[in-house]
Design a protein around this ligand. Structure first.
Ligand SMILES: CC(C)(COP(=O)(O)OP(=O)(O)OC[C@H]1O[C@@H](n2cnc3c(N)ncnc32)[C@H](O)[C@@H]1OP(=O)(O)O)[C@@H](O)C(=O)NCCC(=O)NCCS
Length: 235
């Protein structure tokens, strides 16, 4: 008889922050990050960027023992090699992902498997038009069947699940979202199918709790059950 092998849970530490822009946060940016900070036109974009990198350095410092000021990220793009890809901490096995939208900044850390996170403010975008670019045909049917006042929430739930997955792989929006088919907004988050040469398996998806008016999800390239802890926001 073959005994059931229980897979160990994978801890996913989710850290939330509200954007701010303080001198002690800017002091930790490296030269490339300072250039990028300076190029943002809007103060709110500067704050989201500096808060994300500060959160990453604070959390990674605690996880690795490195002083926050010594932490340098690589951001090599898998498509063209330029430095606008997924930030990584070279020389360490842990993985992390950052996202920001309006008044939310979020970071997720795992001890190994690739992770992606996405948070989106539920804006008044034209969800029918965007649905053509983002959703598979069955997903568009599910969205169309939702009551009118639920469709914005439904669309953003789909969006976040898919973008989290594409951030875990590092492809970002360079890969087609319509090729990914995920469960409906009112069902537990999971990838049902992925019809693309960029598809990966296994994948775990989960929705997060960003508070009213936002959607957020994470994706991890693992088959281990996830144990998610969220800190930094209380709702
Ligand atoms: C990554 C991407 C999905 C982010 O979209 P967004 O909704 O605007 O932003 P989010 O706030 O959710 O995430 C931004 C963060 O994701 C991270 N990120 C950037 N590129 C990433 C990638 N390829 N994969 C995973 N994470 C990425 C960064 O931490 C970034 O924030 P920061 O630079 O302030 O630290 C989008 O910028 C994208 O698709 N980029 C890649 C496009 C590409 O590769 N084109 C081909 C170029 S040759």
């Amino acid at each position: 008889m073959i005994a059931d092998v229980e897979m160990p849970v994978l801890e996913c530490a989710v850290h939330w922050a509200v954007p701010s822009d303080e001198p002690h946060m800017r002091d930790l940016l490296d030269a490339g990050e300072r250039d990028r900070y300076a190029r943002f036109m809007r103060d709110e974009d500067k704050a989201r960027f500096v808060t994300g990198r500060f959160l990453a350095r604070t959390v990674l410092s605690e996880a690795t023992g490195l002083p926050p000021g010594d932490i340098r990220f690589t951001t090599d793009c898998p498509h063209c090699g330029a430095s606008h890809g997924k930030p990584r901490l070279p020389g360490h096995t842990l993985d992390f992902s950052l996202s920001h939208s309006a008044d939310r900044v979020v970071l997720v850390l795992t001890d190994g498997p690739e992770v992606g996170v996405d948070v989106e403010q539920e804006s008044d975008r034209d969800v029918d038009r965007l649905g053509e670019m983002v959703l598979s045909a069955p997903e568009r049917d599910v969205l169309a069947a939702l009551p009118a006042d639920q469709r914005k929430r439904g669309f953003h739930a789909y969006w976040c699940r898919k973008e989290a997955l594409l951030k875990a792989t590092g492809h970002g929006l360079a890969a087609p979202m319509t090729a990914i088919h995920v469960s409906g907004p009112d069902e537990p988050a999971e990838v049902l199918s992925w019809d693309d040469d960029k598809a990966v398996s296994p994948v775990r998806l989960a929705d997060l709790t960003p508070g009213p008016g936002y959607a957020a999800s994470l994706a991890v390239l693992t088959d281990r059950p996830l144990k998610i802890s969220e800190a930094g926001l209380t709702y």
